[in-house]
Design a protein around this ligand. Sequence first.
Ligand code: ADP
Ligand code: ASP
Ligand code: MG
Length: 243
Amino acid sequence: MLFVQKYGGTSLADAERIRKAARRAAGLARQGNQVVVVVSAQGDTTDLLIEKAAQVNRRGAAREMDAYLAAGEQMAAGLMAMAIGAMGYPAVSLTGWQAGIDTDGVHGNARILNVDTGRIRRELEAGKVVVVAGFQGRDPEGDITTLGRGGSDTTAVALAGFLHADKCQIFTDVDGVYDRDPRLYPDAVRFGRISYEAMLKLIENGAQVLHDRSVELARQFGIGVEVLSAFTGEPGTLVGDSE
Ligand code: ADP
Ligand code: ASP
Ligand code: MG
């Protein structure tokens, strides 16, 4: 089976959490699966980078902001590949552009147009876990783009779609999708399954648990997306229309 697993910032916040995710990916690979891991920047790195940029230029050029912000995910990807390597499993990290993620040129909110999967395929066939930096791609000029806040989800779904993955799993800091933010409403109810349409409605109403474009892409590809806890790995919510 080919798995695409995405880990959000909180799920990678420190070395122990990175090792936990690395263990899960390496375990799957050891069982004979092909595994692509998509990572967000660690913790609140992206917010910190935005603050730092503002200290030198409150209205920095969008192209330069992308060049700067993309570094957060690159660092996480390198760390994750090293963590998997430390477990005795070969892994390789790729930036969005190395991974063949082509976007339009809208800096700060770029849309994925295509994924040239050649490099990822070669690395998987060489028996490696492939770690891809989320949230980023390259535009037709070859410049670095970012996909908008929360965009690593969309990286994962695009990779799952273009690679024809068997599973697309979004690991996060809650154990699924609820009818309301479970952090604010302790009586929120978790969905076992939710349709693309209903998920998009939730997002429209402010649920940032998934990037809206990731759900639109999943619907286009017709792939189910599992949202589950990075801490327990227990089944969470399946976003999709049918089995
Ligand atoms: P990640 O860093 O893993 O991408 P996000 O912070 O982007 O995580 O998304 C997860 C957060 O989404 C949760 O911590 C939760 O507070 C929030 N959230 C808001 N609305 C919902 C909802 N309806 N169901 C689940 N989580 C929600
Ligand atoms: N690190 C980026 C952000 O904070 C992308 C992501 O987390 O998906 O928005
Ligand atoms: Mg997110």
